[in-house]
Design a protein around this ligand. Structure first.
Ligand code: GLU
Length: 469
């Protein structure tokens, strides 16, 4: 599968939406292009004393809001076109969910399986120092985060390297998000993208008008779902969807897929894969040696939560799901999208559905620059106020609450509660904004509506800056 047209694909969606807006061509061109593309190579010493040249990228797509924001991907498929496309998607994603950042993305062309932890640490620290040299990282400049192949561990190395180069800079730890909790991270960031996928799909299936068109009942209860990818996004999305009553009937990974029409226990599958190093042979589930075949199995919702270009002209005609929820960035090619739309399949687009990660990254960044954890100041006060209200009501009514009722009512919001509430609110508001645009403009798909919302916001901010008076 070639990835060399990913940026072109994102631009295609941009153009499709731009036709519905009345902005000058120059402004639209400015939004569409990548502002800065940094492509670089550096040597790293391996454990056996060999030197290896590492190829890496950081692309800042749009500086209309600062800092710019987006993950760093470690994969041997990383190339400039891919990073540009992912950076552009970050711009549109942030604007859509009203996160005040421009878009960026980074990538290192390595297969993490071929490197030891020490080698990965040296690669990550050196990558960070290259970004520092060129001013491509900083709390008010460019703030990376995890993506495919990276996680809390890499973010901690990045933060530590940046802090070492910026001794005394009080906001240094806001230079990257997705950090471990002990390193100024935030509760709920790790699960955030998957949780956002769950909130987003829950919102879509709640809508009677949309479900009627698909011949589906409203609500997640009993909906059959196939998930591609049991990484951070796929695992959490599947888990939350299952907890709310959906049936995860299939999970696809590199090594193959498994299918059980009665539903798979996501947590048990996750542990089975950790233990046996393969998803296959899980209890009585049916094995799919070719995992891509699982995407073509009948289900209500298909959630590609792995990589781009997974559904293309070749397999799109065989997709039988009624809804495709894009957990990954760019899992459909434009050709596939056209085929699916003709088949009356509802596509819940990536720039909305997987925006939970960057939304909670924004909360982490705010926590870092404000130097106080959410709930730290108000929680006890909130609890004692509620205690006083309960005491007054008990005295007036002559009746008392049970201890467990009291504890439940009194409990003030923790950081985790606040983060999840902000995330839920963001996903609900954004979905309804997209839907409103789709209906009022008589559009046939959610992606075009999402791009319209996003472009309109970005264009307006350029006008507010006075750049296009
Ligand atoms: N890599 C994630 C994404 O594609 C998160 C980015 C962030 O948190 O900045 O949205």
């Amino acid at each position: 599968m070639t990835h060399s047209r990913f940026f072109e694909n994102v631009s295609y969606y941009f153009d499709k939406a731009a036709k519905h807006l009345d902005y000058p061509k120059g402004l639209l061109d400015q939004i569409k292009i990548c502002n800065s593309v940094y492509s670089f190579k550096f040597p790293v010493k391996m454990d056996d004393d060999r030197f290896e040249v590492i190829e890496a990228f950081r692309v800042e797509h749009s500086h209309h809001k600062m800092p710019v924001k987006g993950g760093i991907r470690y994969s041997d498929m990383v190339n400039e076109d891919e990073v540009k496309a992912l950076a552009a998607l970050m711009t549109y994603k942030c604007a859509l969910v009203d996160v005040p950042f421009g878009g960026a993305k980074g990538g290192i062309s390595i297969n993490v399986k071929n490197y030891s932890e020490k080698e990965l640490e040296r690669i990550t620290r050196r990558y960070t120092s290259e970004l520092i040299k060129k001013n491509f990282i900083g709390p008010g400049i460019d703030v990376p985060a995890p993506d495919y192949g990276t996680g809390e561990r890499e973010m901690a190395w990045i933060a530590d390297t940046y802090a070492a180069f910026h001794h005394g800079e009080i906001d240094a730890f806001a230079c990257v998000t997705g950090k471990p909790l002990s390193q100024h991270g935030i509760n709920g960031r790790k699960a955030a993208t998957g949780r956002g996928v769950y909130y987003g799909l829950r919102e879509a299936v709640r809508n009677k008008q949309l479900m009627d068109k698909l011949g589906l009942s409203t609500g997640l209860e009993g909906k059959s779902i196939i998930v591609q990818g049991l990484g951070n996004v796929g695992y959490h999305a599947a888990k939350f969807l299952q907890e709310d009553g959906a049936k995860i009937v299939g999970i696809a990974e590199f090594e193959g897929g498994i299918y059980d029409p009665n539903g798979l226990d996501v947590q048990a599958v996750f542990e089975h894969r950790l233990e046996t190093k393969s998803i296959l042979n899980f209890k009585t589930a049916k094995n799919f040696e070719k995992s891509e075949e699982l995407l073509e199995v009948e289900c209500d919702i298909l959630v590609p939560a792995a990589l781009e270009n997974q559904i293309h002209d070749g397999n799109a005609p065989n997709i039988k799901a009624k809804i495709v929820g894009e957990g990954a960035n760019g899992p459909l090619t434009p050709g596939a999208e056209e085929i699916l739309l003709k088949k009356n399949i509802l596509i819940v687009p990536d720039l909305f559905l997987n925006a939970g990660g960057v939304t909670v990254s924004y909360f982490e960044w705010l926590k870092n620059i404000s130097h106080v954890a959410y709930g730290r100041i108000g929680r006890r006060y909130e609890e004692s106020s509620v205690k006083n209200v309960i005491a007054a009501i008990e005295e007036l009514s002559g009746k008392n609450l049970s201890d467990s009722q009291r504890a439940q009512i009194i409990r003030g919001a923790s950081e985790h509660d606040l983060v999840n509430s902000g995330l839920e609110d963001t996903m609900i508001i954004s979905f309804n904004q997209i839907l409103e645009i789709m209906n009022s403009r008589n559009l046939s798909d959610l992606r075009t509506a999402a791009f319209i919302k996003s472009l309109d916001r970005i264009a307006k901010s350029y006008f507010e800056l006075g750049i296009f008076p």
